[in-house]
Design a binder for this molecule. Sequence first.
Ligand code: GLN
Length: 546
Amino acid sequence: MDQSKRVIFVTGGVLSSLGKGIVASSLGTLLEKEGLNVTIVKADPYLNIDSGTMSPYQHGEVFVTEDGAETDLDLGYYERFLNRPMTKQNHITSGKVFFETILRERKGDYLGGTVQVIPHITDEIKRQILNQPVDIDVIIVEIGGTVGDIESLPFLEAVRQLRFEIKHTLSVHVTLVPFIETSGEIKTKPTQHSVKELRSLGLNPDLIVCRSSVSLPKDHRKKIALFANMHPDCVFENPDVKTIYQVPLILQQQGMLEKVMDKLSLTAKNKVVMDDWKRMVESIIHPLHEVNIAIVGKYSSLADAYKSINESLLHAGIALNAKVNIHYIPSEELEEDGHSIDERLQQFDGILVPGGFGERGIKGKIATATYCRINKKPYFGICLGMQLAVIEYVQNVIGYAEATSAEFNPQAEHKVFHLMTDWIDDQNHVQQRTEQSDKGGTMRLGSQLCELQEGTQVYNIYKRKEISERHRHRYELNSIYIDQLQKHGMTVAGYSAHQHLAEVIELSDHPWFIGTQFHPEFQSKPTQPHPLFVNFIKTALEIKSS
Ligand code: GLN
């Protein structure tokens, strides 16, 4: 075992959604600013192998990594806070751990032994946690769920063993310290209980981060420290803030970085400078402009379903000193009262139609594309949003009223989008995945190169010919329609470098009507906003103020 690596475990107590991911990411940001190579691993106790088959209603969006893993949305936070891209190795699930172990058992690798949770499952968890690139100095491991859940027990047992086996580890416990409005009291009891629970599993926290709606008085800090067997300066607070990007600054102000470095016997390489980060936060808190963007989607009741898109819009706002107000419009509502679409949509400065699967709600999205095309409203179509913009064009401009995607009607005469079955696994640029539910379909996943056509609007936005963007879809623009589309004014502005598949469309007689087959939202960071999002918001702002 490589004893030079430091491992930080982040667990959560009391209840879920306390922002363990933000704490882990913020710690990552600070350690990276120290000059250390940091990565973050999410360990999810559920039995799904990955997040690919999970409904965004339950777990929020599926985040896609460069190497094509379909992961938990927390990996999106990790990428937005860190400089290093996440990979398949950064997401562990019980499903993945059990699957590997059972495969090994079938191969006879256990040589007649009984295969058990301890040590075989815990060994596999430990192997997957430590399976990180050699240059990594610090691995932060976020354990999903809450301490006390039955299903996370093998993970916590693996953490206990690792703490014994690795020289420099740290256990950070994120808990809730509720403030009772009626009595004006701050309650530390839930934290005491969750520390007790953690201890019963053989884990002593080194640091505690308290989520609270109010600032934690010294006495309460002392009390928590006493129960948790630690010094009061090991208890940190993470109060409600205007933006999650404040969290690294708040933790730094309380001296958390020094504490972590000290406990892990790390010596400072750099003086941590957070100036760029502070400027970014300042621009979120004090914007000069405002813009209203509608997301017309299927999962509009759950903001997490479009997490990376929301973030990308926010990042574009940071670059332009603008507050981007996001309004979710369920596309099904637009279907029901078609006559009022103009009324519903005209108030927005730009409209984004995100990705999605299945037929539900597509009529409303097609009507949205029609509205934006005719009324010159900025339109950003991502994946399914791009496909529907093309279908709308074929239906209403070229005139094939029944045009659709094979996803919605495999028997249709005009299948403008269809399945490509002759995939070439060219240097792993195309990943294959078969789902039980999907009649053996293939999914294009992960980063692929795309070549932009010089002179197009998109080329001028990226200012580059070759770009790399992430994919997660099955259907492709049927090339037999490309000539007709171009003749009628819809330009194919980019093709995949390896298979020459249409990737980007735009309308030239429109201020901003762009659709991408890929998902640009997976690459935007607050400190490096994505050019397409920035240009979309810039145009929306310009039109608004003209
Ligand atoms: N359902 C479409 C496809 O599979 C679009 C997928 C998406 O928007 N991510 O091609």
